[in-house]
Write a protein that binds this ligand. Structure first.
Ligand SMILES: [Zn+2]
Length: 186
């Protein structure tokens, strides 16, 4: 399978525009969003969008004064390991975007608009990266793993704590009696 060229795959010819907003949607592979052969994958730490997985782009594009506006939704499936049991966990990154492409873009705020086309790939990449989880992933495998999430779902074999006497090791009974006696004395 040959790798896609982001200039082609997410390139929108401006001649398509010009008569009001258009709906524009495309599905590409994550590998098509890479900036060069050895580059940057769609990854943050251990969480990545696998190169062969699909990225859905659904946008409304419109030429406005100052450039091209792109608004809509970008979705991609990610994979990452559970922080505790290392089992693979899958999820979906869904980004709502509203961006401007300009001939002279404001750095960090706008994207480059070329004379005859707009390359949406940089915007799509950044939108997905911003939606990848950066916190510990809640594991969907509660049986071997307590990470589901730990605070709300205690292990079922954890002993009940409403009867402390029952948990008391009998060998400690004399010590416990002594301690109680000290507490009761003036
Ligand atoms: Zn786990």
């Amino acid at each position: 399978m040959s790798r896609g060229d982001p200039e082609r795959s997410l390139s929108v010819p401006l001649r398509l525009l010009g008569r009001g907003p258009i709906s524009w949607s495309k599905t590409v592979r994550a590998a098509d969003l890479a900036e060069s052969d050895d580059s940057t994958e769609l990854r943050i730490a251990d969480v990545e969008v696998p190169r062969d997985s699909e990225v859905d782009v659904e946008l409304t594009l419109e030429l406005i004064s100052g450039g091209l506006s792109a608004a809509g939704r970008i979705t991609a499936a990610w994979q990452g390991p559970c922080a505790r049991c290392w089992m693979p966990v899958e999820g979906e990154a869904c980004a709502n975007v509203r961006e401007l492409f300009a001939a002279v873009p404001r750095e960090g705020e706008q994207y480059q608009l070329h004379p005859e086309h707009a390359d949406l790939a940089p915007m799509v990449r950044e939108a997905i990266l911003l939606e990848l989880p950066i916190e510990a992933i809640a594991c969907p495998y509660p049986d071997p793993c307590p990470n589901h999430p730990p605070d709300l779902d205690p292990a079922p074999d954890e002993p009940a704590r409403d009867d402390p006497a029952e948990q008391q090791d009998p060998r400690w009974a004399p010590l416990e009696a002594l301690r109680r006696g000290q507490a009761e004395s003036p």
